[in-house]
Design a binder for this molecule. Structure first.
Ligand code: THU
Length: 129
């Protein structure tokens, strides 16, 4: 799967977002080492703290289906700037991946690519306590 194909899946997933509060739709597409793909969208809630980001929806779907080894994740936001994963999502990614690739896209076109280590250096992880 090319970067562009994965990013397109993230964009498609964003169309399913439930975001009546922020009106900011986000989609994610996670590619596992096995080649399986899991998508997610943000799911908001009137109790705002119960909102879940698109990235974590995709990751938790994969975990629930028995996948734990992730190759990369594409994130698409209906934004002018590249949609970067929030701190909580970076931490969740780091639970399952040393250094996965993170592709961040924006509505106005284009994307940037990072390694998780760049986005979350010196992570707190399994074995640290
Ligand atoms: N959001 C995501 O789903 N992923 C991100 O990377 C950034 C933020 C969602 C959460 C909330 O529904 C909305 O965007 C505004 O914060």
């Amino acid at each position: 799967m090319t970067d562009r194909e994965l990013l397109n899946l993230a964009k498609e997933a964003s169309e399913k977002a439930y975001a009546p509060y922020s009106r900011f739709k986000v989609g994610a597409a996670l590619e596992c080492m096995s080649g399986r793909i899991f998508t997610g969208c943000n799911v908001e809630n009137a109790a705002l703290g119960s909102t879940m980001c698109a990235e974590r929806v995709a990751i938790y779907k994969a975990i629930a289906e028995g996948e734990k080894d992730f190759y990369r994740i594409a994130i698409y936001g209906e934004s002018k700037d590249y949609c970067m994963p929030c701190g909580a999502c970076r931490q969740v990614m780091s639970e399952f991946s040393e250094d996965m690739e993170v592709l961040c896209a924006r509505a106005t076109g284009g994307y940037v690519s990072y390694r998780l280590n760049q986005l979350l250096p010196h992570t707190f992880k399994l074995g640290d306590f």
